[in-house]
Design a protein around this ligand. Structure first.
Ligand SMILES: *Cc1c(COP(=O)(O)O)cnc(C)c1O
Length: 338
């Protein structure tokens, strides 16, 4: 085994139930774009629906078509824009489309998106009513960082949609669903929280969420660097004294980003630091002794949350999770609690 990614669908189902309880009557729509934030869209979508999520959201028509083959009866919303050809495919596959500009396509269910302050996709006002519009939505720019501005957006949305309150109104992402009750309306679109990751970058357990993904690898080889010897490209780590190192067979091609230099992994229960530069297929850690090949190494797991790696890399868990390559040519992917 070079790298093993375990997806705990039991944890995902628990997170959906936590969100359903927290959102107090609003529907929970499971956002499974970007291959379920790197966790595997089809497995996560099926588990989320089984746990009570009422719909799925993806970014592209192509993502939705793949899900449709596995989940013939699911309600699937495409959040991003669609070309004319994709609109035809969406109609054929009974998808629902979000419309943020131009004409409202006919003969399929449409959600109209308003821009209330995100400054990205979205119309500045509601178009003339059309029979096939089933929902109206907006997206918050600062649900995780500035609740006051989020409330300004929510109030703009409320005012702009008062006349169409019979439509399904949806605004909240994970952070808003958990922290801003007035954002909940009829449905919430929850992504990151499904996967048990904190939308606020903190401790997901505080919101009763459990991480779904864990990532293990092993020491492929350990060796002794003599004082003055270096490891890796650019000789960015030079041993000051004789130092044992462990070579892990994962690198940035697996999604273990170069920016993770300096983060910790766990070997036999102890934390070890990533040293040198992370290369495409190899990462080096500092050890306090020789360890045999095959010694298990936890990259993400109990006591080593993805949030910690994100802080070291100066990014957010969303970006790290999407980048983990669980394809069979790079890793073994194990699904538990299915
Ligand atoms: C990705 C996305 C979400 C989910 O956001 P999380 O922060 O992951 O919960 C919700 N709404 C829209 C429009 C999105 O693009």
């Amino acid at each position: 085994m070079r790298s093993e990614i375990t997806i705990d669908l039991g944890a995902l189902r628990g997170n959906v139930k936590t969100l359903l309880r927290a959102t107090d009557g609003a529907e929970v729509w499971a956002v499974v774009k970007a291959n379920g934030y790197g966790h595997g869209a089809a497995d996560c979508a099926g588990a989320a629906l089984a746990a009570g999520a009422q719909a799925l959201c993806v970014a592209t028509v192509a993502e939705a078509l793949v899900l449709r083959t596995r989940l013939p009866a699911a309600r699937i919303l495409v959040l991003g824009p669609a070309s004319d050809r994709e609109v035809a495919e969406a109609r054929e596959a009974t998808l629902e489309l979000v419309v943020s500009s131009g004409e409202i396509p006919e003969d399929l269910s449409v959600h109209v998106k308003l821009d209330t302050g995100m400054g990205r996709w979205g119309l500045s006002e509601l178009p003339a009513p059309a029979r096939n519009v089933v929902g109206v939505m907006t997206h918050l720019a600062t649900a995780d960082s500035d609740a006051d501005f989020a409330r300004v957006q929510i109030e703009r949305f409320r005012a702009a949609t008062e006349q169409v309150a019979e439509l399904t109104r949806h605004v909240a992402n994970s952070a808003a669903a958990l922290r801003i009750p007035e954002s909940r309306f009829d449905a919430t679109r929850c992504g990151i929280a499904l996967y048990g990751l904190s939308p606020l970058g903190g401790d997901a357990a505080e919101d009763g969420l459990a991480p779904v993904l864990s990532w293990e690898t092993e020491i492929a080889q350990s060796k002794l660097l003599r004082a003055g010897e270096s490891t890796g490209y650019g000789r960015r780590f030079v041993a000051e004294r004789d130092t044992w190192i462990g070579i892990l067979p994962v690198g940035y091609a697996d999604g273990f980003r170069r920016a993770l230099r300096g983060t910790d992994v766990r070997v036999a229960g102890e934390r070890c630091k990533v040293i040198g530069v992370v290369s495409m297929d190899a990462t080096v850690i500092e050890l306090d002794r020789a360890l045999p090949p095959g010694t298990p190494v936890t990259i993400v797991g109990p006591g080593l949350p993805l949030e910690e790696h994100a802080r070291v890399a100066g990014t957010i868990t969303y970006e790290l999770a999407c980048g983990i390559d669980a394809s069979p040519t790079r890793a073994r992917r194990v699904v538990v609690g299915a």
